[in-house]
Design a protein around this ligand. Sequence first.
Ligand SMILES: [Zn+2]
Length: 100
Amino acid sequence: MLSLSQFQEIIRQTYDTKDRRRGVEGTFMWFMEEVGELATALRSGTAQERAEEFADVLAWLATMANVVHVDLEAAVQAKYGTGCPGCGQIPCNCPPKEKP
Ligand SMILES: [Zn+2]
């Protein structure tokens, strides 16, 4: 089992040099390209293709977090670790028009 923190560290060790060279704008473009591929996989891909595209999107998200020095696990824990950031509940009890 891989924690979000361990995953981000693997991505850092694997790609950090390339990521620094590419910078935040270039990295964001790749991230958006992967999001597009996920959209295609969701629409017409196999279960295997969908799983791979989710992995790619998460990898590029972790890369971007590395480039701008965000600790993903800490950020997720702080914002969603106790439930909905809006109402503080699990499951979310916010009015539908605020967050469908
Ligand atoms: Zn809520």
